[in-house]
Unconditional design. Structure first.
Length: 165
């Protein structure tokens, strides 16, 4: 799949997977759905739902996850908060332009251009937070988040990427 097509699919995912509202109860329900899906598929992931104001409204880590996953989630979330796009879309845009994070003024210790953080976009309000996954290959982290968001929002027709490039 060409980069242009991949970026188009990622942009479509972000446009389609929007919320009409997002509350702490939504975070609890979405987070629990993600934990149930990960458990059912034996995925050793950490899941976090964080608001842009710095508040973590949901977080869970399966056995095998650790502080390294926490650090990755924080860096991915910082990327979504600043760029208002999925961390995977930034990764693909950087590949397309043959740039590094530093060329965009972003420090690798604070930001991560790797898949796994997806924006929580509320209609009329914009990006208010992130759904973050860590523990799999970065493409699989992104795909797991998209699959769970799609299920939670009851959106059956969502374009998906192959998990491995």
């Amino acid at each position: 799949m060409m980069l242009e097509e991949t970026i188009r699919i990622l942009t479509m995912q972000e446009e389609i997977l929007q919320f009409s509202h997002f509350t702490n109860e939504d975070a609890w329900e979405l987070g629990n759905l993600m934990v149930a899906e990960a458990a059912a598929n034996r995925l050793p992931v950490a899941v976090s739902i964080r608001l842009n104001n710095g508040y973590t409204v949901f977080q869970y880590g399966f056995a095998g996850t650790n502080y390294n996953n926490e650090r990755w989630m924080t860096r991915k979330q910082n990327t979504v908060r600043l760029m208002e796009m999925s961390s995977l879309r930034l990764y693909m845009l950087l590949r397309q332009s043959q740039e590094e994070l530093e060329e965009r003024g972003l420090d690798r210790e604070t930001y991560a251009a790797r898949g796994g953080a997806f924006p929580i976009r509320v209609a009329g309000a914009g990006v208010i937070g992130s759904v973050i996954v860590s523990g799999l290959d970065h493409m699989a982290d992104h795909d797991f988040a998209v699959a769970c968001l799609s299920q939670y929002l009851r959106i059956d027709e969502i374009p998906r990427l192959p998990v491995h490039f």
